[in-house]
Write a protein that binds this ligand. Sequence first.
Ligand SMILES: [Zn+2]
Ligand SMILES: [Zn+2]
Length: 349
Amino acid sequence: MIKSKAYAAQNATSDLAPFEVHRRDPGADDVQIEIQYCGVCHSDLHTARGEWHNTIYPTVPGHEIVGRVVCVGEQVRNFKVGDLAGVGCMVDSCGHCYSCADGEEQYCENGFTGTYNGPVFGGENTYGGYSQTIVVKESFVLRIKHGEKDLASVAPLLCAGITTYSPLRHWGAGPGKKVGIVGLGGLGHMGVKIAHAMQAHVVLFTTSASKIADGKRLGADEVCVSTNREQMAAQANQFDFILNTVAASHNLDTYLQLLKRDGTMTLVGAPAEPHPSPGVFNLIFKRRQLAGSLIGGIRETQEMLDFCAQHEIVSDIEMIRMDYINTAYERMLKSDVKYRFVIDMASLG
Ligand SMILES: [Zn+2]
Ligand SMILES: [Zn+2]
């Protein structure tokens, strides 16, 4: 058994505070990673505060994990001590359902095991990346080809990166396609960078005119202020695909009417209150589709990391110490971060 310093929430109203977790000794197919950086995802906050009503306390959040391999089991083939490695939102799945067989473990029929709060689908509790070390089955560990100097900025790719890459790839973002990204936060800023690298024509939709320059810097060909009626009307019936990253409940028709015939809008934000149901006429008159998407499978997560390394894509981050996490959560609620907090795990001491 390996003892690891960590940060945990003891209940829905307590701040995160120092805690000790026990990791299993690495088995034959396990990789032990010394965690160097961990990104801060909105799901961490929802889980720490019990906002999805499924949290098992104490809970140690964190599923944007990067670090260095310090131990491998005897059957591990693809990692050796000293390698850079990453862990995202999942650490296991059933391995035999049709989704797992397709490499889409995030849709496992029997429920994947989350990197933290794992027993939602049964089994022992799992503790995430706000900790010094983690032991994970080799088949759920990702390779990192970015240089070590970029390591902290790579961490958010493990959730924010794959959450946007997977739908962009699935719905065919690429040359000649007009792609909308709704919302410029942790997810949206990755969506803009990735869709731009896929060579789509990218339009960023934001409520805030102050984000126009930043949107263009990140790779948007156009930035449209969604509260401006003329700007929105000029975009009607043109989009092949819209990736909607907004987590707050809002009127989906505003964006559905921008899709051209057979276009799709995919939701990746998880609102606490449901969106109002969209108008059916907006869908049936142009055979438009409204869809959802959850992270990506392990194979696709590796593909995304390799794509981002090749295109020199990382997240825009603000590095924080572990003991700043409660303040970081408050700032995240106000969207006061460009665009992802990443914890320097050396600050755990
Ligand atoms: Zn996440
Ligand atoms: Zn499965």
